[in-house]
Write a protein that binds this ligand. Structure first.
Ligand SMILES: Cc1ncc(COP(=O)(O)O)c(C=O)c1O
Length: 358
């Protein structure tokens, strides 16, 4: 892939923030983009200014939601270099999502090279403040300028990056999660395991209801029996039994195969925990919380890292977990995972890709 690097107008460049990062509302000066058409394949690869698109109102994505995205992060190490965390997994998942949404494949190595080049150009935007990172958002949309329910023949693939702090306002502190017993996120055979915008759009209504009840996230149950735990809004979920065993629901096709989840499974085993991918019956799990058998619950995801769950709500009942405190297993995994991500501890799994930070 030949990437044209467009010179930017130096006078109009934004400077990166050093604190108050928020999440997802600040972006670096440059973005990567390329276009696809049936006759040319992928073409016009460029790193140019972060700028608006001009698309006709009839553009396919606005009507039929043919869209996929990814989320990964770049971490500033103490030695000034930058780590990407398992970016190969994001490239692979992007293509899996593309396949499910009838979109073209992107060469995974070229996609990653384009991201590395963008980060090299925007290295000043990778923050060094504790807990902060550069969020990387690859996206693809169908851009045929016409109505009609069929796969688009033209696509736009772009990558934007921006510095972020903690995903939850709570930081690394427990969050409260509402269990939806009425609405479902995804069903087996649907698109729940693809990272496509519609999954998130469908979750917003329930998310708002949960917020009104004082909860910050929704826990989804399986769509067929409404009985088995699936995942949380933007995280997979793990249960700790008796402080020793970590259980997470299996990948049945309706939940996102999280890269953090996969890492927690490997890391957990390496640290001596018993880790199992097993169906979790919501009623048994809640009874186990009440009886003190479930000692911790935590979500895991790129944005949220490890997010302890302090409380579940179901109908009008509340289930307090570990006295709404961060538990030792969540803390252990958080320290190890972020230690590897930020290069504080050796990467014994070969999960990181280190690039020059300046
Ligand atoms: C629905 C959903 N589940 C799980 C995850 C966690 O996935 P990952 O660890 O790859 O970020 C995410 C975040 O990307 C998500 O949006």
């Amino acid at each position: 892939m030949d990437i044209e690097v467009v010179a930017l107008d130096e006078a109009n460049l934004k400077t990166p923030p050093t604190d108050d990062f928020g999440f997802g509302n600040k972006f670096a000066n440059r973005m990567f983009s390329q276009k696809y058409s049936l006759d040319k394949g992928w073409h016009d690869a460029r790193i140019g200014p972060y700028e608006n698109f001009s698309l006709p109102p009839a553009t396919a994505v606005f009507h039929y939601a043919q869209e996929i995205f990814e989320g990964t992060k770049a971490y500033r190490r103490a030695d000034g270099k930058i780590n990407l965390f398992r970016p190969w997994e994001n490239m692979k998942r992007f293509n899996n999502s593309a396949r499910r949404m009838s979109m073209p494949q992107v060469d995974e190595e070229e996609h990653l090279s384009a991201i590395i080049k963008l980060i090299e150009l925007e290295h000043e935007w990778v923050p060094s403040a504790a807990g902060a990172s550069l969020y990387i958002r690859p996206t693809m949309i169908g851009i045929d300028p016409a109505l009609g329910v069929h796969a688009s023949k033209t696509y736009l693939h772009f990558v934007i990056v921006g510095p972020v702090g903690a995903y939850f306002k709570e930081g690394f502190n427990p969050v409260s999660v509402y269990i939806s017993d009425t609405y479902r996120r995804a069903v087996r055979g649907g698109v729940g395991d693809a990272k496509t915008g519609g999954n998130y759009a469908a979750s917003l209504y329930v998310g708002e209801q949960a917020k009104q009840k004082g909860y910050s996230q929704v826990l989804w149950l399986d769509a067929i029996e409404g009985r088995y735990v699936e995942e949380v809004g933007a995280m997979n979920i793990c249960f700790v039994y008796e402080g020793k065993k970590i259980v997470t629901p299996p990948l049945t096709g309706s939940i996102l195969p999280g890269i953090t989840r996969k890492s927690v499974i490997d890391l957990g085993r390496d640290l001596g925990y018993e880790v199992a991918e097993e169906p979790v019956d919501v009623h048994e799990m809640l009874a186990d919380i009440e009886q003190g058998k479930v000692t911790e619950v935590f979500g895991c995801g790129t944005a949220a890292v490890i997010a302890p769950v302090g409380k579940f709500g179901l109908k009008d009942e509340e289930y307090l977990i570990n006295d709404y405190k961060v538990g030792p297993v969540a803390k252990h995994l958080y320290d190890e995972l972020t230690g590897i991500q930020y290069g504080r501890i050796p990467d014994r799994f070969n999960w990181t890709l280190t690039i020059d930070g300046n």
